[in-house]
Design a protein around this ligand. Structure first.
Ligand SMILES: Cc1ncc(COP(=O)(O)O)c(C=O)c1O
Length: 435
């Protein structure tokens, strides 16, 4: 499977963003994350245009949990995106990159007082309040700082998204948000309107990730607009913003057919306008917070094949020099990917093999991958690895985290350097008595 902006050159090598992946592997070593800048920018532009042309007011906030680096923050800023963060570390990275705090939104079901303080002190644009105690805490922290906490309330719409259960977040039985059914969302609305030092700007919800249909978004739009109308009737509050979350799926495998960004925009905007008309409420500003669909297909991971082990009558194991520590998604979500031999990208695949990682664990990357005669020394390229790979990487087995290069028009630039062995022991302390 070749994705847009990819090709095969006269040496039969896979080319991404104009760069020969085999040359990248040689220069930067493997495992290596490769990120295609033009594809990232194109996706941002698609989102912004598709929604802006259908709605008078909309905002696209990149969900940085999918992939967060300082260089990416710069790209998001240049593309006039807003930014979602969900932790102290993500917020810190964004601020370090000079991202304007007013265009940052802070998420999380458990934000410690220090995180709220950091957000309010720095002038973060929106805090997405996730519980009743958190509303009181935001009010308290803002009061102590002599500032306002600008918030959205996260609603749990009671919608079970059609995706892997570990990336569902909109069903009633969820740690996220305030439910509609039991009245928690309405209680939170009243509380936010009463509490000092809080300015309520509207509502948020996110039903899940890797959604390959638009119906979940359409139902969410209808349910939340219902609530907005009801809250208006009960409290007189007019919602200024409605954040419908992220979640649009991407192509991991040849037969995945995610909705286009344009189709998503058409469906969501139509549903939103219809609901606003039906309830006779003003159309709120629509916010989206896509992560995976901005960076997912823009990423390729390169590995070096080390061992090809045939177990007669059973299967062939192909071991690569990474795995669980640079991409935990196969083990977490049974995620599947397409891979190819990057140095023989023209050769038709002819062998079903199991691709295994190099960790002391059964870290199967791909249970059944169709590859072109994989051999030790070959470079394996794994498609659509831009989202939730580096972001979820670990140092399991004391593997060092790989480098990441940004490719654009034949140029490659490091945006994350490879960890060294010294990084692994940087925080280790030997107490004096053990020396
Ligand atoms: C609150 C919230 N917003 C946005 C996202 C981004 O979702 P995705 O990467 O599927 O677009 C997530 C991810 O799970 C999320 O939890």
């Amino acid at each position: 499977m070749l994705l847009p902006n990819q090709s095969v050159n006269s040496n039969g090598h896979l080319v991404v963003g104009g760069c020969d992946t085999v040359a990248l592997a040689r220069e930067y070593d493997t495992p290596l994350y490769v990120l295609d800048e033009q594809m990232v920018r194109h996706n941002c532009q698609q989102y912004r245009q598709a929604f802006a042309q259908r709605l008078p007011r909309s905002e696209i906030a990149y969900a940085s949990k999918a992939l967060m680096t300082k260089a990416l923050c710069r790209i998001m800023q240049q593309e006039q995106m807003a930014l979602d963060v969900a932790s102290e570390g993500e917020l810190y990275t964004a601020l370090q990159a000079g991202f304007p705090a007013a265009r940052i939104k802070l998420h999380g079901n458990y934000k410690k007082p220090a995180l709220l303080q950091m957000a309010i002190e720095n002038g973060v644009g929106r805090i997405v309040a996730d519980s009743l105690p958190e509303l009181a805490l935001i009010s308290e922290v803002a009061g102590e700082l002599g500032k306002q906490g600008h918030i959205l309330i996260r609603i749990t719409p009671g919608i079970k998204a059609d995706t892997h259960e570990r990336i569902r977040a909109g069903q009633e039985d969820s740690k996220f948000g305030l439910g509609l059914a039991g009245g928690a969302a309405m209680t939170a609305t009243r509380l936010a309107l009463e509490l000092p030092n809080i300015e309520l700007h509207g509502f948020h919800c996110h039903i899940g990730s890797q959604l390959l249909h638009t119906n979940g978004f359409v139902r969410t739009a209808a349910v939340v607009m219902d609530f907005i109308s009801q809250a208006g009737a009960e409290t007189g509050y007019v919602a200024e913003q409605f954040d419908i979350g992220g979640g649009l799926g991407i192509r991991y495998q040849e037969d995945d057919v995610p909705p286009t960004i344009d189709h998503l925009a058409e469906e969501v905007c139509t549903a939103l306008k219809a609901a606003a008309d039906q309830h006779n409420v003003p159309l709120p500003e629509l916010i989206l917070e896509p992560g995976r669909s901005i960076v997912g297909e823009a990423g390729v991971t390169l590995y070096t094949i080390g061992v090809v082990k045939e177990i007669p009558g059973v299967r062939t194991y192909v071991s690569v020099d990474g795995g669980l520590s640079d991409n935990p998604r196969p083990l977490l979500y049974d995620a599947e990917y397409e891979a190819m031999i990057a140095n023989r990208a023209n050769q038709p695949p002819d062998r079903i093999v199991r691709v295994a990682g190099a960790h002391c664990e059964t870290d199967t990357l791909f249970p059944e991958s169709n590859l072109a005669d994989p051999q030790p020394g070959d470079i394996l390229a794994v498609q659509s690895t831009g989202a939730y790979t580096y972001a979820m990487a670990s140092n399991y087995n004391r593997f060092t985290k790989p480098a990441m290069v940004l490719v654009n028009d034949g140029n490659a630039e490091l945006i994350v350097t490879r960890e060294g062995l010294e990084d692994l022991v940087r925080h280790d302390v030997i107490p004096q008595r053990l020396i």
